[in-house]
Design a protein around this ligand. Sequence first.
Ligand code: ADP
Ligand code: MG
Length: 676
Amino acid sequence: MSLDISTLPKAAAARLAKLGIKRAFDLVLHLPLRYEDETHLYPIVDAPVGAPALVEGTVVHAEVTYRPRRQLVARVADATGELYVRLLNFYPNQQQQLALGRRVRLLGEIRRGFFGEEMVHPKIRSVGEQTGLAESLTPVYPTVNGLAQPALRKLIAQALKQCELSDTLPPKLLDDLGLMPFAAAVQLLHHPTPDIAQRALSERTHAAWLRLKFDELLAQQLSMRLAYRRRREQTAPILSAAGTLAQQLIATLPFGLTGAQQRVLAEIRHDLASPHPMQRLLQGDVGAGKTIVAALAALDAIEAGYQVALMAPTEILAEQHYKKLSAWLAPLGIEVAWLAGSLKPRAKAAAIAQVESGAARLAIGTHALFQESVAFAQLGLAIVDEQHRFGVHQRLALRGKGGSPHQLMMSATPIPRTLAMSFYADLDVSVVDELPPGRTPIKTRLVSDARREEMIEFVRKVAHEGRQAYWVCPLIEESEALELQTAIDTHIALAEALPEYQVGLVHGRLKAAEKAEVMAAFARNELQVLVATTVIEVGVDVPNATLMVIEHAERMGLAQLHQLRGRVGRGALESSCVLLYSGPLGEVAKQRLKVIFETTDGFVIAREDLRIRGPGEFLGSRQSGVPMLRFADLERDTDLLEQARDVASQLLERAPAVAEAHLARWLAGREELLKT
Ligand code: ADP
Ligand code: MG
């Protein structure tokens, strides 16, 4: 007869569900937050002050006083000394426990208080002469209102007895890895004996913790790998081309491809020529030149007789791609369709018809492209720019569209290695790890808000030299209206201060067409200064812009600052980024500004960002239901992650049944990871 959560009273089951506990085995994996030591009794005189201690004695005095407020005050004595017990709220049964002459065991922290040495609200247990001490530490579990520790402890103890805890991994493998058996590990974590170093438990460095973390990472690796394999089993059109179109485009470029661009293009071509859908992430720092790589890949697909979709997260960016790619592709006689959310119905219908008839070989747009029912005549390749903006969830959404096209995802947010190894383990990754030549490094300055006037002079100087500047207004998370107003005010102020130049304004409330118009005017240098809210964050490319001023930089995240700064330094001209801040700065803001000031290396920044924010925030997948790791820590457990990755390959290769058993134990109820 095993423990069955579904047979528990509804209210109890609902509370467990809040803790993520849906099956008995989830109880086994519900690990303590900390422990209380009830294995050792202190004589009162020896009990430490300020640390939890268990003492036992007789109540020698008890009363309810009203000064300074209503409370129950008792005095408990053993052979060595005495202390006060104070309860500010109490129930009749506690009054009985603390009645004169009763023996009690108290667990709490002694401090020097109002009445002398005292415990306030200790855990109180009535004891007889024979009551034994606990043999192991008492676990304290994460819980929710209405589910008391003793009830939860009982359920977990029951689960530990009744669930199948035998190992999913062969003993030989465990030996090789130096891992302890699963059953012993969970038993130990729930009920450690007092001789186990508390630090190793709280810091999760104990061998028992390592085993759980390893198992969790292994399950993650296995599921990602299986998802990858399953996708590779699907068929996709073979897009092998002589590369004639690509060659024609390259011949018209004012630059040659960098070595990194050539290498990643070769990797992509290799995938496109295979009969299974490519799932490749193209990573490269801002300005690394991913767009041309995508365009060349698109040309191969088109040459092979298929259509290509290119998706961007914002309309500004999509439009910019549309302009750039039509300029590149139109001379080659290739029709490009523009599918924006903001198109008038007639224009939209026409664009959709172009795509459906197959007349348009490339379709560019925002989410609208795949959210609405656009049916491609022959979709061969889907390209997603700034993939991290879509989140992993949306990555899944696109997969279903138009059969199994090849997919190329581009991201300018470098993904730290550990994160790539875990959450992107179902993708192949190419990295453009070289910036085009001739770029002058960006100078970053941290400037106090008090020197704003000076910065306006700096803008004037830049404009005077024929260059352009961005001025980014503060992010005001609490109020979009206020953010907009600030941008409008800043625009007025800068226009007044710089009457000899044209100052434009772009913000999120503008219609897409209006935004695009402003951006286009800036790109043509009809505007020398562009005041913007953070809408320009992603992907905008105006090489003549050499100054970026960011107001209230302390409010922005690292990735955002890096992206913003990446809008300048895109040509050979020396560029500057001025981070205006106003103090006093919080600890996190200080850390962020220090990082952004010290380095322009996107990978270093991403690693720090991951450290400061944690993987959930970093991936932006809190809401999208991606199961986060509960036990392992990507930064500290890199070695385990690497082991898990290797073991996952081995098992899938040589012992698929073991892999399956391991996944069944760890991933029940989280099958979404396995969907393709
Ligand atoms: P990102 O990788 O951030 O998307 P882009 O594709 O927008 O970067 O490229 C940034 C700029 O660098 C563009 O103006 C692009 O034309 C230019 N560029 C790309 N590749 C090269 C190259 N090999 N040599 C010189 N300039 C290049
Ligand atoms: Mg880009």
